[in-house]
Design a protein. Structure first.
Length: 442
């Protein structure tokens, strides 16, 4: 694999966006891509990008289509900066070698040498095509319209990867740099007319927006409502928080013209505020921020409003539960609280009473006695219950195998995991997943 191919391949993996080479009607891939790609299937889209590179050969060509999906193309001429590298590679190694995946059926084959690759023949340009990348998640109807634009009805409608505009532009800039092209962001945006309409009429738009906001002001959450919700989170009162959320949802003002975008913004704000309130309620900042990142990433995968609402509600409930658990630990003596924190940090490992006692600098007998007295449960039972709770969460919100989950949370064998899980929940892990798993992971 040539150096620039290696860089582009890794860039594609990091950005989760396909990068492929096109020349003389053929595609050359560095690894298999099984999903539908308009750049492959839609000749008009591909030809439009190629025509755009002819106007500005030293700049990447970018298209933002009617569905807010981005595509890019970079022209790679025969006089590329890499020709000297390619020639050097051939002379020293007897030709350029590297394994790639054929797009047809995923068959493994050798990437063509400079003599075989049409992009390496004199006067034969090639294009590196990047995309698709959606700027936001599409609901079912939007996704269907996207596929109707580029494909026939027989294609499975899988959502393209979602990237911010800044991240996609960064990917294109890096690819352009690797291929010896200009990478100035402002120039790329301006020459591809992606700034059209951004500045025009800005003052008028701001006036109209202000008028709309004044009309809708009574429908927005009041400061006192938001503070009441955050107080419920600080106090760990999940049911009250969710009930208030439902009432506030019915009063929600219009945040954007796109309903999905409106709710995605609301989830982002709600999760951020709930995480701060949970910290005020005693949850450690590290735990709160980790939980916040999880739900923000999860919201990016939600394709419709009900899924976003469910994600928001689950986040609020989880933050409240963490606060309530922390308050329970605070009610215990310092040693018992530290013991619980030790279990939280080390539950994936083998935990022995002696190890915890050594960590706290007290005797194992004393630790066992005060833990049982204050927690009303033996330490070993507490550890098992803690692991079962973590496993239950993974069964609901991941598609990891049951065996992998059992091993991850610290159970020494799958049978022991199954028996312990059933003892606490009344169900086997498989039954629990069947009943409770979030629909987005099925």
């Amino acid at each position: 694999m040539r150096n620039f191919e290696f860089f582009l391949d890794k860039l594609s993996e990091l950005g989760r966006v396909e990068i492929t080479c096109y020349s003389h009607g053929q595609f050359w891939d560095l690894h298999t891509h099984t999903g539908f790609n308009p750049l492959r299937e839609n000749t008009a889209l591909r030809d439009r990008l190629i025509e755009m590179t002819a106007k500005h050969p030293q700049l990447p060509a970018l298209i933002r289509d009617a569905h807010d999906v981005l595509f890019a193309a970079i022209l790679w001429e025969d006089d590329s900066v890499y020709n000297s590298e390619i020639a050097a590679g051939e002379s020293s190694a007897g030709g350029i070698h590297g394994d790639v995946i054929s797009p047809a059926g995923g068959a493994h084959q050798t990437f063509p040498s400079a003599a075989e690759d049409p992009s390496q023949k004199s006067g034969s340009p090639a294009w590196f095509l990047i995309g698709p990348a959606a700027l936001h998640s599409m609901d079912v109807l939007e996704l269907h319209q996207y596929y109707r634009t580029y494909a026939d009805s027989s294609v499975t409608e899988k959502h393209p990867p979602v990237l911010s505009f800044a991240r996609f532009i960064s990917m294109v800039q890096i690819a352009a740099m690797v291929l010896g092209k200009r990478t100035d962001e402002e120039e790329i945006i301006r020459k591809n007319h992606l700034d059209a309409g951004i500045s025009a009429g800005l003052a008028a738009d701001q006036v109209q927006f202000s008028l709309r906001q004044e009309e809708e002001e009574s429908a927005h959450h009041t400061y006192s409502d938001e503070q009441a919700l955050l107080n419920y989170v600080r106090e760990g009162r999940a049911e009250e928080a969710l009930h208030l959320n439902m009432r506030l949802d019915q009063q929600l003002g219009q945040m954007s013209q796109n309903r999905i975008m409106q709710w995605r913004k609301l989830v982002t704000v709600s999760v951020a505020l709930a995480s701060r309130a949970a910290i005020d309620g005693g949850v450690s900042p590290g735990e709160a921020y980790k939980l916040s990142d999880y739900y923000l990433q999860k919201s990016d995968t939600c394709m419709d409003v009900p899924a976003l609402i469910a994600c928001r509600n689950q986040a609020v409930r989880n933050f409240c539960e963490r606060v309530a658990a922390q308050k329970e630990r605070r009610a215990c003596s310092g040693y018992v609280q530290q013991c619980c924190e030790y279990v939280c940090q080390h539950y994936r490992e083998k935990i022995l009473l002696d190890d915890i006692a050594d960590h706290l600098h007290i005797s194992p007998t004393y630790l066992s006695r005060i833990f049982s007295r204050e927690m009303k449960i033996r330490l070993q039972e507490y550890i098992s219950r803690f692991r079962v709770e973590r496993a239950a969460n993974l069964l609901k919100y991941s598609d990891e195998s049951i065996a992998r989950i059992g091993d991850y949370v610290g159970f020494p064998s799958q049978s022991y995991f199954g028996n312990t899980f059933k003892r606490y929940t009344g169900m086997t892990p498989g039954q629990y997943r069947e009943k409770h798993q979030n629909s987005s992971f099925r």
